[in-house]
Structure formats: structure tokens, C-alpha cells
Ligand binder design. Structure first.
Ligand SMILES: Cc1cc2nc3c(=O)[nH]c(=O)nc-3n(C[C@H](O)[C@H](O)[C@H](O)COP(=O)(O)O)c2cc1C
Length: 214
């Protein structure tokens, strides 16, 4: 029997989403794991992988437009793949009510836009690392933390990720039965270059909704 394959497609600005994706992949001990940075490269062929993890970090109220565009041009493949998990990483999820993927405005908006319903969904809390941010990012985060009741001291570096929950997600998934492939990949005719550009035009950076959205 051949070694099962996991594809980890991630988009991470400051590294926390990548770390979370790696912790999930660590549960797949006997699997061959391939990483794809969606901010820099297109998705490899999905049918070559038994499972696909898509992990996206939030900034300014949005998942990275380049990554979303790369998912969009392969959406038929993603829809028909038998075992895809989508996880979002943000600071809102440090509060339990925003950690529920069914109630996460970020995740649900993305799924509506892509008309996609992956088999597994999760939201994980990320990190707030003031010392690593540019000065305007520090000011923005201070403002958001002031409003939402988080640390405002620019010397603080706070990790909100619940690693036990992350690892449990990975282990449960790794130990669930491998589903047989169905359907076709349906990606013929996709043109990444033009669609990536097109998606950029649609995104409105800075349209942060944050915790004020409910
Ligand atoms: C400039 C900036 C904007 C952010 N915007 C949001 C946001 O709109 N909503 C949110 O919940 N978290 C927001 N965050 C928090 C990030 O989602 C969090 O830091 C996460 O860990 C980032 O993942 P990454 O390290 O993979 O980029 C923002 C962080 C920064 C630095």
C-alpha cells in the first residue's frame, strides 16, 4: 500500500497560521506531507493527495486575497475532493463565540463567495505580537485591543492559540478513515494569472469588521 499524502496549503503573514498548520500535520505521522504557500505559489494537483488542509490567517478583516484567488481558480477541484479541511486563524477567535466556524463571519463570508462547503472547518485563535509589527500596525492593534478588551502594551507578545485543541483536530482527522475519491477535478480552462488579478480588484483592504460586527 502506498503512503497516504496530505497537502497543506497555507497563507500566513506573521507565521502563526503556518505553525498551526504544522501542528495539525504533525498528527499525520505516517503520511507524506507537502506544503504549499498560497501567497507565493498555486495549489499543486489535488487528486494526488488523499487529504488537503487549507489554512488561512486573517488580516484587516480578510483572508489574503492572493490565497483566496488561488483557491477560487481551483474551486471545482476543491469541491469534488473527498477530504478537505479549511481552518481560519485570527484574534477574534480568542473569544469562544467567534471560534465557532458556523458563526465566524470571516469563514462564512469566504464560503459564500466561493460557494464551497469543505468537510471540516475550524477557527483557531492566533497571536498578538506587538514587537514584530510596523508602527501603524501596532497602533491599529492597540486600538482594536482597547475596544475588544485585550492587551495594549506594545511590548507584549501574546499567543492565544490553544495548542491542545489544534493537536486534537489534527489527530482526530489523521485517525479517521480515508474517503474514496469522487467526481472529476474540473479545473480545465482555469487561468490563474487573470483570475488572481481579477480577485485583487474585488478585495477592499481595511474593511475590518472585527468584534464590532455582532
Ligand atoms: C495588521 C493586522 C491586522 C489584523 N486584522 C485582524 C482582523 O481583521 N481580525 C482578526 O480577528 N484578527 C486580525 N489580526 C490578527 C491576526 O489574525 C493574528 O495575529 C494571526 O495570528 C495572524 O496569523 P499569521 O501569523 O499567520 O499572519 C490582525 C493582525 C495584524 C498584525
Amino acid at each position: 500500500m502506498s503512503t497516504p499524502r496530505l497537502l497543506v496549503a497555507y497563507a500566513s503573514h506573521d507565521g502563526q497560521t503556518r505553525r498551526i498548520a504544522e501542528a495539525i500535520a504533525a498528527g499525520f505521522e505516517t503520511w507524506q506531507v507537502t506544503y504549499c504557500d498560497l501567497r507565493r505559489e498555486p495549489l499543486p494537483a489535488l487528486q494526488a493527495h488523499d487529504r488537503v488542509l487549507v489554512a488561512l490567517g486573517i488580516r484587516y478583516g480578510h483572508f489574503p486575497p492572493q490565497a483566496v484567488a488561488r483557491l477560487r481558480v481551483r474551486i471545482n477541484e476543491l469541491r469534488t475532493h473527498p477530504d478537505v479541511a479549511l481552518i481560519g486563524v485570527c484574534l477574534s477567535a480568542r473569544k469562544p463565540r467567534y471560534a465557532d466556524p458556523q458563526r465566524s463571519a470571516y469563514l462564512q463570508r469566504l464560503l459564500r463567495r466561493l460557494v464551497w462547503q469543505p468537510g471540516r472547518l475550524a477557527m483557531f485563535a492566533g497571536a498578538l505580537r506587538y514587537p514584530r509589527y510596523r508602527w501603524w500596525e501596532q497602533r491599529l492593534m492597540q486600538l482594536v485591543m482597547l475596544v475588544s478588551g485585550g492587551p495594549t502594551n506594545r511590548r507584549t507578545d501574546t499567543e492565544y492559540t490553544d495548542w491542545r485543541t489544534v493537536r486534537r483536530f489534527g489527530l482526530e482527522w489523521a485517525h479517521s478513515p480515508i474517503l474514496p475519491a469522487t467526481g472529476t477535478d474540473g479545473c480545465e480552462g482555469d487561468n490563474e494569472t487573470t483570475r488572481v488579478r481579477g480577485d485583487h480588484a474585488l478585495m477592499i483592504p481595511g474593511e475590518a469588521e472585527w468584534e464590532a460586527r455582532r
